[in-house]
Design a protein around this ligand. Structure first.
Ligand SMILES: CC(=O)N[C@H]1[C@@H](OP(=O)(O)OP(=O)(O)OC[C@H]2O[C@@H](n3ccc(=O)[nH]c3=O)[C@H](O)[C@@H]2O)O[C@H](CO)[C@@H](O)[C@@H]1O
Ligand SMILES: C=C(OP(=O)(O)O)C(=O)O
Length: 443
């Protein structure tokens, strides 16, 4: 089993560049299936296991997909007749596979996708996605582990109110509505930057979407969409993770390519903790203080504090003076990393949907297991300031969403290496990384 080994105590300094956003590229690649003519060229695609998985999903549906990993570019030609069924083997690996439902249903009047189960962070139903398709005239049947949606002719534009601003439901419904007959309105829509990125791509394909990024999205359905060129936005969660890495080690790091407008809530919490955050022309500079001050955080849909930064900020609060509380409101079970932090001597306890963090824990290196993608990053961050060696296992989670994080942290001065099951160091080279993401997707 591969591990990342971190030896704590090194300040991070220098410049690191963030990749294109995982959570933007997955819906964009799913949306490429709506183009019945032309090729889409998607740029700034991060070389992640999840990207290989979504590429396999759409390839399996009969689209032509070429991933030039060295150039971070994916070409998709979905103009052939597509299959309309996505099997469990893909949805099992990556829940975002359900995002092919909307495009296939809108283009062919039929889609069948394995029901995604829950995962380590919560039960994660897709009822709101289905409610939206139903409002547009689809019949939904759930059985034998699949969800099947059918409509005679085209979907009909509809007004859809989301009970909560689900990111995935907003994306799936927006893609379906882009090819529906007539006008749709999504109310209480998710406002994440990744929603805006998807709407921009769809509009380049010929869709007519306005209001993405606000709580009301209006979509005038069109008959046909065309392949288009699109550049994925930078990954705000990867950026936030490096911001915490700089802050926790008292370092000075320029996070190139990070967009401050996407990170307002994270920046404001870091500032409350005495971290200096400077918005520069080409990114965000983060300078860690001598002493971090604790704060309270509540995760919320955008523009609130992102749940995908919750575990990383918890690592930071372990090293802050005072008591802090983190409340998770987006997912019901996203505290699996707390037990792992405890192994590192963290003074921390769960109370319902909150975690109470008694600051200034003298963190000690330990063998810890990544329970989900962001927990993996958070344990590495804690390891940067732990005494001795921290060994992080279950790296399959990490490879879903971070490109070469060990190499990037090493470049900033961290003492970190990735070793294989024999204990041999795996050099953090780009070529090795490309392979790693592909292999992780195949597992
Ligand atoms: C690939 C991707 O972009 N993943 C992100 C996306 O996940 P995802 O799109 O799955 O997250 P949602 O916004 O849909 O989920 C938020 C909450 O709504 C609930 N819910 C959602 C849909 C539904 O039909 N019914 C329902 O009850 C979920 O269980 C969860 O409690 O947004 C999350 C919230 O910012 C992020 O943590 C994930 O990183
Ligand atoms: C929870 C995440 O992703 P996913 O929705 O793909 O599980 C994440 O990116 O932190």
């Amino acid at each position: 089993m591969e591990k990342i080994i971190v030896r704590g105590g090194h300040q991070l300094n220098g410049t690191v560049r963030v990749e294109g956003a995982k959570n933007a590229v997955l819906p964009v690649l799913a949306a490429s299936l709506t183009a019945s003519e032309g090729t889409s060229v998607i740029k700034e695609v991060p070389v992640l296991a999840d990207v290989y998985t979504i590429n396999e999903v759409i390839r399996n549906l009969n689209a032509d997909v070429e991933f030039n990993a060295e150039k971070n570019t994916v070409f998709v030609d979905a103009s052939k007749q597509l299959e309309t069924e996505a099997p469990f083997e893909y949805v099992r690996k990556m829940r975002a596979s359900v995002l092919v439902l909307g495009p296939l249903l809108a283009r062919y009047g039929h889609a069948k996708v394995a029901m995604p189960g829950g995962c380590a962070i919560g039960s994660r139903p897709i009822d709101l996605h289905l409610k939206g398709f139903e409002a547009m005239g689809a019949d939904i049947h759930v059985g034998n582990g699949f969800v099947e949606a059918k409509v005679d002719g085209r979907l009909k534009g509809a007004k859809i109110y989301l009970d909560m601003p689900s990111v995935g439901a907003t994306e799936n419904i927006m893609m379906a509505a882009a090819l529906a007959d007539g006008k749709s309105i999504i109310e209480n829509a998710a406002k994440e930057p990744e929603i805006v990125d998807l709407a921009n791509y769809l509009n380049k394909m010929g869709a007519k979407i306005i209001g993405a990024g606000t709580e009301t999205i209006r979509i005038h359905g069109v008959e046909k969409l065309y392949g288009a060129e699109h550049t994925i936005i930078p990954d705000r969660i990867e950026a936030g993770t490096f911001m915490v890495a700089a802050a926790i080690t008292g370092g000075n790091v320029l996070i190139e390519n990070a967009i401050s407008e996407h990170l307002r809530s994270v920046i404001s919490k870091l500032e409350e903790m005495n971290v200096t955050v400077l918005e520069e022309d080409n990114g965000i500079r983060v300078i860690g203080p001598k002493e971090l001050k604790s704060t309270d955080i509540k995760t919320l849909p955008h523009p609130g504090f992102p749940t995908d930064m919750q575990s990383q900020m918890m690592a930071l609060m372990l090293r802050a003076k005072g008591t802090g509380v983190i409340t998770e409101t987006v997912f019901e079970n996203r505290f699996m990393h707390v037990e792992e932090f405890r192994r590192m001597n963290a003074n921390i306890k769960i109370e319902g949907r909150s975690v109470i963090i008694e600051g200034l824990s003298a963190l000690q290196g330990a063998e810890v297991s990544a329970t989900d993608l962001r927990a993996a990053a958070a344990l590495i961050l804690a390891g940067l300031v732990g005494e001795g060696h921290t060994r992080v296992t279950e790296l399959k989670h990490l490879d879903r969403g971070y490109v070469n994080i060990d190499g990037k942290l090493a470049g900033l001065g961290a003492d970190i290496e990735r070793v294989d099951e024999n204990g041999d160091v795996i050099a953090p080279l780009e070529e090795v990384d490309y392979n790693k993401a592909r292999i992780a997707a195949e597992l």
